[in-house]
Write a protein that binds this ligand. Structure first.
Ligand SMILES: [Fe+2]
Length: 235
């Protein structure tokens, strides 16, 4: 894992970096590599504790049945809607970077990771919607606004409703806020995302503020499905 400076330049420029490692790193080496991009964030969510190794690494394998719990979706075969990671968390727990390493892949029934640049999502938004999103937060403690400059912190809640609070004083009709959210979601899916098909030893680093990610359906299939991604969040 030399050439780190070159990798950093690429990541800074594009917000995304994809490497094909020549040999599998240990979990410890993976954490050390993550430290090149920032401080790894400990996986403290009790809902995922059974999937964590060495405090920072989330092991994403298909081991659970379908769920509506966003926390557990990575471990089910469900599709995952486009989102930035930890969009509902307080700023101190929101990762700037995400690292995903493919420890094992599966030729059949293996899901694609979807990647969509935030700039592409924002470019067709109306000025009015940008203004609204810049003053709109999830209605959870400690969250910041959904849009800050060109950085987005947002998840498509799909069939669930998104609890929000609007900080501005200029809009009283909640329908206008809901329409702004719909416009954002429409633009997230307006164009095809990039589809990443995982192979063993691929390593992806993305800027979580500049790229949204998601996943296609991971068909649940007995023991032949060996797909195993290891994820580290960095601040
Ligand atoms: Fe995610």
């Amino acid at each position: 894992m030399s050439r780190v400076t070159e990798f950093k330049t690429l990541l800074h420029k594009q917000g995304v970096l994809l490497l094909n490692l020549d040999k599998p790193p240990s979990t410890h080496e993976l954490i050390e590599f993550a430290q090149e991009w920032g401080s790894p964030i400990e996986e403290l969510n009790p809902r995922v504790k059974d999937h964590v190794s060495q405090r920072y690494v989330l092991n994403i394998r298909n081991s659970l049945s379908s769920t509506k719990d966003f926390n557990l979706q990575p471990f089910s075969g469900d599709f995952i809607t486009l989102h930035t990671e930890s969009s509902a968390s307080p700023d101190s727990l929101k990762p700037n970077y995400l690292m995903l390493y493919c420890k094992d892949s599966c030729s059949n029934n293996s899901a694609y990771t979807l990647l969509r640049p935030v700039l592409d999502v924002l470019k067709n938004l109306s000025e009015a919607t940008r203004g609204i999103l810049s003053q709109l937060q999830y209605d959870y403690p400690g969250t910041s606004c959904i849009l800050e400059g060109t950085h987005l912190a947002f998840r498509d809640f799909y069939l669930q409703s998104m609890p929000w609070r609007y900080l501005g004083k200029d809009i009283r009709n909640p329908e206008i806020i809901n329409q702004a959210i719909e416009e954002l979601v429409f633009n997230m899916y307006r164009q095809d995302p990039f589809y990443l098909k995982w192979q063993k030893n691929l390593l992806l680093v993305i800027d979580n503020r500049r790229w949204m990610h998601g996943r296609t359906v991971l068909a649940r299939s007995d023991k032949t499905n060996t797909r195993h991604l290891m994820r580290i969040k960095m601040r």
